[in-house]
Ligand binder design. Structure first.
Ligand SMILES: Nc1ncnc2c1ncn2[C@@H]1O[C@H](COP(=O)(O)OP(=O)(O)OP(=O)(O)O)[C@@H](O)[C@H]1O
Length: 411
């Protein structure tokens, strides 16, 4: 079992992990969910003794990782699939890991088979695709046949077959009584893979419950009700009848806790005309996004393409929607969008369904003071048929999954 008590990590003024207390039990897959930068990798690094907590503690089987006898045989982890010497073959990489942990070489061939890399075992890993790299990382985690396994975004870059394979592998490992702790951004994936969920936002615990409970609390049905008249008296009557009524962004009402015929009868008795009365089911992904939306650090802004949409004759390149050369589009011309953003990761509907269970100190909504807008892909309608290479000074891609270099930079 993994147990965190008051686990906290600060990097200067940044609190990456904030007083987390949770348990990860054996015989189950525990999903670890949270938006980008919420502290998942930092938590995992502290479990593995790669980062020291600022306060609090985390133990594996009752001991700190550093105090575990023969730790690599007890705990296996995939943290960053790219943290591999690219010049080595997959087999050489695993042999090195095995030797460091006193694991017999024949185990290397076993795990290469388990992850399906036997055919490419002698190829240099720098030529591996993202998915192959993930498989190699998973092989490394399985090497010591450990009882406790940590996977940071294991399905990242995998194709549907690979995702299915990882899902089955996690379930099999948990079925053998192991402790399986797996981080993800995807609620939909975790709903299929995990038994239990730990959700964090800005380093704080937002939910710690079984997937079953999460589904029961968050996927309850509701009705959308729309009236062309003022909805005040209808809202009052619905609330008095025991319904939970929340306004939707488009002016409709989201009504939970009351059957559709009952809503219809109430409206009829009040003489309120309805233009819509429809049944809906909240998706888990929506419930998760709603739970974490106040804790999203990185929000995109709308691409205004300021200065690129010209009324008169346009340069040849722009005619087919391509980017003009850098001199024609200096970076300062891009402005953040005012008002609501249709491409925002977490849409901000108000008052959806049941409130998230056990929110712990949710930060106020709105971007983090240090929030930044990573470059985003244009919406499908704006994708040019042929996109020339981006200008040399194009903004960098959004930060990749946390890597060991963070740890190195700290030390
Ligand atoms: N070594 C470090 N030095 C300074 N800040 C750090 C360091 N490691 C992490 N952070 C910061 O701590 C916060 C949590 O980062 P972390 O990588 O744990 O989040 P995450 O939930 O794993 O994110 P993602 O889902 O994007 O991988 C981020 O704001 C990150 O920038």
């Amino acid at each position: 079992m993994i147990e965190a008590v008051g686990l906290t990590k600060r990097y200067g003024v940044k609190t990456a992990v904030d007083n987390l207390t949770f348990q990860v039990r054996p015989g189950a897959v525990t999903g670890f969910l949270g938006p980008n930068g919420s502290g998942k990798s930092t938590t995992m690094r502290m479990i593995l003794g790669l980062d020291a907590p600022t306060s609090g503690q985390v133990t594996v089987g009752g001991r700190r990782f550093r105090d575990l006898p023969n730790a690599p045989r007890q705990v296996g982890a995939l943290l960053d699939a790219k943290a591999v010497h690219g010049g080595r073959s997959a087999r050489q990489h695993l042999l090195c890991l095995a030797q460091l942990s006193g694991i017999p070489a024949r185990r290397v061939d076993e795990v290469l088979g388990v992850v399906g890399l036997q055919e490419v075992a002698h190829r240099r890993s720098k030529g591996f695709s993202l998915g192959m790299g993930q498989r190699l990382g998973i092989a490394g985690a399985l090497l010591g046949d450990p009882q406790v396994l940590l996977f940071d975004e294991p399905v990242n870059g995998l194709d549907p077959e690979g995702i299915h394979w990882v899902r089955n592998l996690m379930r099999k490992l948990a079925g053998e009584g192991r402790t399986v702790f797996v981080s993800s951004h995807l609620m939909s994936e975790m709903a299929l893979t995990a038994d239990h969920l730990i959700v964090i936002g800005r380093g704080q615990l937002l939910a710690d419950m079984s997937v079953k409970d999460f589904i029961a609390r968050n996927s309850a049905g509701y009705a959308r009700v729309r009236t062309p008249e003022t909805s005040e008296k209808l809202v009052r009557a619905l609330s008095e009848a025991g319904a939970h009524v929340q306004p939707e962004q488009d002016g409709a009402l989201r009504v939970s806790g009351l059957a559709l015929p009952h809503i219809s009868d109430l409206a009829f008795d009040l003489g309120v005309r309805l233009h819509e009365l429809s049944p809906h089911q909240a998706s888990l992904e929506e419930a998760y996004m709603r739970m974490t939306q106040a804790a999203v650090d990185y929000r995109s802004t709308q691409d205004q393409r300021f200065g690129l949409q010209q009324a008169g004759p346009v340069p040849a390149q722009a005619q087919y929607g391509g980017y003009p050369p850098p001199h024609a589009a200096p970076q300062h011309q891009w402005q953040p969008a005012p008002g609501p953003n249709p491409y925002q990761t977490a849409p901000p509907p108000q008052g959806f369904g049941a409130p998230p269970a056990g929110p712990v100190g949710v930060s106020p909504a709105g971007p983090h003071p240090g929030a930044m807008a990573p470059p985003v892909a244009a919406p499908p309608t704006a994708v040019p048929p042929a996109v020339p290479p981006p200008p040399q000074d194009a903004p960098p891609a959004p930060a990749a999954a946390p890597s060991l270099s963070k740890r190195e930079s700290e030390s």
